[in-house]
Design a protein. Structure first.
Length: 258
């Protein structure tokens, strides 16, 4: 059967071959949208107050340093000796900032944790008569605070509770090396059970359980996939996943995070 041309309503001509009409499927590739983290904007009055406080501390810091050089008050600045010909270990501004600004506000974040980093942890309070040039622990009761920056996945960081009790029993039976590579310490039955469970949950043939870490994603992905493969990647994936996908050489299709 000879090819025939059929004019569509839009004016395009498409060929007919062997009685079948061939449609050209064009896929529009959209550029991944730029992700911007959203933070609450600082009110102007708060920003101005912070800048003003820093200016005051800087101004009086210079006055204090001048008075100390006149012999009034103790000099906390570190003086290097026998360093001729060597690069300076301390810079003047860093030393000034540490002595006159940082030491006065360090208690706001530089505190000692004296418990497990769980949901709530205890902080040790330090007291100082000279704005933390010298400090010691106080006798007051420890401060309890909510931990908002923890790796406490499923309660792993706790020392009590269901997770901790289960881990204790597993360690007594299998030892402390169960998270190591199987090339070193073998493949245990509980690891195989977990892989089977994950595969059944996802509805796939099998799964691989590996230790958590940046290198886990950045090195294992290039091992599993390579050029000629297709990876569907969440636009908000961790940097380790992004790096692993790029190193693999596979085609990457980014989809919108949901």
């Amino acid at each position: 059967m000879t090819n025939q041309l059929k004019h569509e309503a839009n004016g395009l001509s498409r060929g007919l071959k062997n009685g079948f009409k061939h449609h050209e499927v064009k896929q529009e590739i959209k550029k991944p949208r730029e992700i911007k983290e959203e933070f609450e904007e600082t009110p102007l009055i708060i920003a101005l107050s912070v800048y003003f406080c820093y200016l005051v501390l800087t101004f009086f810091g210079h006055i204090r340093d001048f008075v100390r050089r006149l012999g009034f008050g103790k000099i906390y600045e570190v003086k290097e000796k026998n360093r001729e010909g060597y690069v300076k270990l301390y810079r003047s501004f860093e030393s000034f900032y540490t002595r006159n600004i940082y030491k006065r506000i360090v208690q706001g974040w530089n505190m000692f944790v004296c418990g497990v980093p769980g949901v709530i942890f205890k902080l040790k309070i330090k007291i100082s008569p000279d704005f933390h040039q010298n400090a010691k622990f106080g006798t007051e009761k420890n401060l309890e605070a909510i931990n908002l920056g923890s790796y406490n996945y499923l309660g792993f960081a706790e020392n009590s509770g269901k997770c901790a009790d289960s881990v204790e029993q597993v360690i007594l039976k299998y030892g402390t090396g169960i998270c190591s590579t199987r090339h070193e310490l073998g493949h245990l039955d509980i690891q195989r059970k977990l892989e089977t469970m994950v595969a059944e949950f996802l509805g796939v043939e099998d799964s691989i359980i590996v230790g958590m870490g940046f290198a886990t994603n950045s090195t294992n992905i290039p091992t599993l996939v390579s050029k000629g493969c297709l990876i569907f990647s969440d636009e908000l994936n961790h940097a380790s996943l992004v790096l692993g996908c790029r190193l693999s050489g596979a085609k990457i299709v980014v989809y919108k995070h949901n």
